[in-house]
Ligand binder design. Structure first.
Ligand code: ATP
Length: 233
């Protein structure tokens, strides 16, 4: 479904990515792992066509979604092809209500307001509140709900549980598990290794802008030296 090959990207003179490769098949959950600053968010920005807006650019490689080549396409065109992003820092619209946030970028498909409220009952209770009045956890639920409302074939989450209270984290992991069981393909960046090892089918480790390892949870679990070398855990 998604295939990233030999991806290279730079911010000005600084080469952030030099050789990133990863695949996500339909229905698969894949994590992108690596220490801070190794290029995970840059990889996500390249996939979504967002590098230009933060002063970066793709300098090589290929990104395919189905048969479509994504490099050079604008973000809205990439989103319309069926990739939904839950960005780092959530980036919900602070002046819009919960419901307005959800419908702002919605497309007809599997997800409507009732389905999203079913997944996150808290959002139904807060449907009239403006984005800026939500807790961090509620904002994160809203960011996930908003991405689902675009009816994504692939959902990408960048640090979706970062900085959240344990109970909210648990709720988000449970929702991601539910989405997986319904066949949703997911590409996930998260520092909680034990949670991603339970959820994901495969993991891709990047180190200084290149893919250095890919394998399943059993392989990662049985390779403590790998975790120590590349993840420092
Ligand atoms: P983190 O977990 O800290 O978000 P990451 O693996 O997502 O890390 P990136 O944010 O992709 O890493 O950063 C990769 C490299 O690119 C780092 O050296 C970072 O300093 C640099 N970088 C990221 N964003 C920019 C930017 N907008 N302008 C210049 N350099 C950037």
């Amino acid at each position: 479904m998604l295939r990233v090959e030999a991806l290279a990207a730079a911010y000005g003179q600084s080469q952030a990515l030099s050789d990133v490769g990863l695949d996500v098949a339909a229905g698969e959950v894949v994590t992108l792992l690596g220490r801070n600053g190794m290029g995970k968010t840059t990889t996500v920005r390249a996939i979504m066509g967002l590098l230009g807006s933060v002063g970066g650019r793709v300098t090589g490689g290929d990104i395919r979604f189905g048969s479509a080549a994504l490099i050079g396409q604008p973000p809205h065109a990439i989103a319309r092809r069926g990739i939904g992003l839950v960005p780092e820092g959530r980036q919900i619209f602070p002046s819009l209500s919960v419901e307005e946030n959800l419908v702002a970028t919605a497309r007809p498909g599997r997800w409507g307001l009732d389905a999203v409220y079913g997944l996150f009952p808290r959002l139904r209770e807060r449907r009239g509140n403006s984005g800026r009045n939500l807790s961090g956890g509620e904002q994160q639920m809203l960011a996930i709900g908003r991405a689902l409302m675009t009816d994504p074939r692939l959902l990408i989450l960048d640090e979706a549980t970062e900085g959240l209270a344990p109970l909210i984290r648990a709720e988000i992991w449970s929702v991601l598990g539910q989405l997986k069981s319904e066949g949703q393909a997911i590409l996930l960046i998260d520092k909680n290794l034990s949670a991603v090892m339970r959820l994901a089918d495969r993991h891709v480790i990047i180190e200084r802008g290149r893919t250095v390892w890919t394998g399943d949870s059993a392989a990662l679990a049985s390779a403590p030296e790998l975790r120590e070398q590349y993840l420092h855990v």
